[in-house]
Design a protein around this ligand. Structure first.
Ligand SMILES: NC(=O)c1ccc[n+]([C@@H]2O[C@H](COP(=O)([O-])OP(=O)(O)OC[C@H]3O[C@@H](n4cnc5c(N)ncnc54)[C@H](OP(=O)(O)O)[C@@H]3O)[C@@H](O)[C@H]2O)c1
Length: 379
């Protein structure tokens, strides 16, 4: 198959004039080295973690459509006070898109690379909003025959994080889990993993329709943070499950602190007698997302045995090592259309991604509004 010499790649650039520009650049189609494969990318999700590089510090309410070299582009203003922190990014065209999948259309001469020609593979490595992407064959997750790039687009970020939560629970000696923003794609995967693996899970959402959504998936404990009796219900669920490990995707506001308070209240129900330092059971919340940009507020009414920290997929994978990580990756490949199935409200080309209407939807990070980018579409 003849490959084009030039192909399209989406760039996010902070310009010296105080604007952010999203544009499509013609770049040299990359050539695979001996151990590499060339992937025609046909599926890459727009995840919350992609929005940081895509939008940078821009105020996207000011976004407007323009053209660059005859191709669609979006430009938005960056508040003046944010430009100071952007000195290192000015005029650098960054290629977003953390993960994605496609079919291998060419390969270097190593047998390991040659063996992948024609296979659907997924990679995590950035620059996935590109028509073609080179990657070392050994970095590719090779999907089972019949898996499409759209099914394989989200193989890493959410599936491995959901699995990582359960592994962290085991490694750190907790009995059950709590998860916030739980109707997310990741949250729905976690519900299915916990069902399959017999792990008790307390889900927190903020809308009644998402309580119903998760119950239909089979979730047992779903608490709505908008309910007046949220804290009582959460305490009941924590007393029932004994969950002392929470993963909080919101990060801001008081939710993480409320979870620790309810863990402490649930532990107090089990305690014999009163201890002025609170329960001696360690209670932990990991903030693993930043959906709520408000300041994180702690009301320390949970004794002295607690912790709050950050959690990120990459260091977790490094901690468990290649062999254990490969087991998790294999499970994702085998269950990509069941446990780890992602849902997208729309599939768009690179050009269709760069419209105000699209940005208004995928920029929301709302339940059921995730976009799938398919760079192989030409419209
Ligand atoms: N640390 C890591 O290594 C890592 C790895 C993977 C994913 N993540 C994080 O995992 C989270 C879920 O990702 P995803 O791709 O599964 O998300 P998604 O499918 O796009 O869904 C986002 C969810 O967040 C909720 N949400 C948005 N803003 C919120 C707010 N201010 N307060 C409470 N809930 C809010 C939405 O609920 P509504 O409909 O109610 O708005 C929706 O259910 C993200 O925060 C992402 O950054 C972290």
């Amino acid at each position: 198959m003849a490959l084009p010499e030039q192909s399209l790649q989406l760039h996010s650039t902070v310009l010296g004039n105080g604007t952010l520009q999203l544009s499509l650049a013609e770049v040299q189609t990359p050539q695979p080295g001996d151990g590499d494969v060339l992937i025609e990318v046909a599926g890459s999700p727009i995840n919350p973690s992609d929005l940081g590089m895509l939008f940078g510090p821009a105020d996207m309410t000011t976004a407007r459509e323009e053209t660059v070299d005859g191709r669609p582009s979006v430009v938005a203003d960056i508040p003046e006070q944010m430009m100071r922190a952007m000195a290192g990014r000015v005029d650098q065209a960054l290629p977003p898109g953390n993960e994605g999948a496609g079919v291998v259309v060419a390969a270097g001469r190593d047998p390991e690379a040659q063996a992948l020609i024609g296979r659907t593979v997924a990679i995590l490595g950035g620059a996935m909003y590109s028509q073609y992407r080179v990657a070392p064959a050994r970095h590719c997750l090779v999907l089972n025959e019949g898996t499409t790039p759209a099914q394989a687009a989200s193989c890493f970020v959410n599936p491995l994080t959901a699995l990582g939560m359960v592994e962290t629970m085991k490694m750190e000696g907790h009995a059950a889990l709590i998860h916030t923003a739980a109707a997310s794609n990741l949250g729905q995967m976690l519900v299915k993993i916990c069902q399959n693996d017999g792990v008790e899970l307390v889900n927190i959402v903020r809308k009644q329709e998402h309580v119903s959504l998760l119950k239909e998936l089979g979730a047992i404990h779903v608490c709505n943070s908008s309910d007046d009796d949220f804290m009582d219900r959460l305490t009941d669920a924590l007393a029932e499950t004994g969950a002392t490990l929470g993963f909080d995707a919101t990060g801001g506001g008081q939710l993480a602190s409320q979870i620790l308070s309810c863990m402490e209240a649930a532990q107090a129900r089990r305690a014999q007698g009163f201890d002025r330092y609170g329960s001696t059971t360690h209670k932990q919340v990991y903030i693993y997302g930043g959906l709520d940009r408000n300041v994180t507020t702690l009301t320390r009414n949970y004794g002295m045995y607690w912790g709050m920290g950050g959690w990120l997929l990459t260091p977790f994978l490094q901690k468990i090592g290649r062999e254990e990580a490969d087991k998790l990756r294999k499970r994702v490949a085998d269950e990509i259309d069941t446990t780890f199935a992602s849902s997208y409200v729309k599939e768009v080309s690179l050009s269709e991604m760069l419209t105000i209407d699209s940005i208004r939807v995928f920029g929301l990070q709302a339940t059921g509004q995730k976009y799938l980018v398919n760079p192989s579409l030409t419209s």
